[in-house]
Design a protein around this ligand. Structure first.
Ligand code: GRF
Length: 247
């Protein structure tokens, strides 16, 4: 797969602000979580440092004990908890979820370890504005237990993908992938932590591209604003690559 050189990525997304933007004018982001929220933290940190020119205005969890809620509160972000078990079915939960999201009028919605399958109705409502991070090199290993499946298959490469969310789970067009080489004899926990570290690089990168219009969703595909980089395939960031925007 040919990919842009890391220096191209850095140059294209060099958005070091020359002046502090008015926070109320920044693109508004909702983040949906279910758990630890380390990716949420990476997005919070990216916004705080100005590397993502956006503002997280809302964090929603379907679990009350999600540590990500604490992370959000510590960052002064409005939080909401919606217990999916209180709803008769997926459609009813998603309707409540959509209402809660709309309260914050977000420009983009990011899934960061949100462990619920979304209904097509909700996906359609936010199509092109809804992204997810998945711990595999999609289209390989959609679904759960991705690290164990990669090890079991004796794969030599593994990683994570940020993609637009479409009605089919984990099948939307990719924005960026982070790739690493699986080490000989690598344990599940070790691999998982390396993938997580990569996630914390690629998710802020993808969101920065999205909010600045460098990348967008059109006709079911990922489209790059810069024609030279329009290739209908994800950008690639390697674990050992020189640092890019989000590092
Ligand atoms: C990450 O591995 C992400 O790829 C997947 O869920 C996990 C969330 O981890 N969608 P965290 O809650 O961000 O730490």
């Amino acid at each position: 797969m040919s990919a842009p050189r890391p220096q191209d990525i850095t140059t294209r997304t060099d958005m070091t602000p020359t002046e502090t933007p008015n926070p109320s004018q920044l693109p508004r982001i909702s983040v949906l979580i279910s758990g630890n929220g380390s990716n949420l933290q990476a997005l919070i940190d990216g916004c705080a440092a100005g590397r993502i020119p956006a503002r997280i205005v809302q964090v929603i969890s379907n679990r009350a004990d999600a540590h990500g809620l604490t992370r959000a509160r510590q960052a002064g972000i409005t939080t909401a908890f919606i217990d999916h078990r209180l709803f008769a079915d997926r459609a009813a939960f998603d309707a409540a979820l959509a209402n809660k999201i709309q309260e914050a009028s977000p420009d983009f919605v990011t899934l960061a370890g949100f462990m619920r399958i979304l209904t097509p109705a909700l996906v359609q409502q936010f199509l092109g504005k809804l992204i997810n991070i998945h711990p595999s090199l999609l289209p390989k290993y959609p679904g759960l237990n991705t690290h164990a499946r990669a090890l079991e298959a004796a794969d030599t490469r593994h990683g994570a993908t940020v993609h637009f969310v479409t009605p089919t789970v984990d099948a939307g067009p990719a924005i960026v992938q982070g790739i690493l080489n699986i080490q000989p004899g690598e344990t599940l926990d070790h691999l998982k932590s390396r993938v997580h570290a990569l996630e914390h690089r690629i998710y802020p990168q993808a969101l920065a591209w999205l909010v600045t219009g460098a990348v967008r969703y059109a006709d079911g595909q990922t489209t790059w604003q810069d024609p030279a980089l329009t290739r209908n395939r994800p950008q690639i960031i390697r674990e050992d690559a020189p640092l890019a925007l989000n590092d």
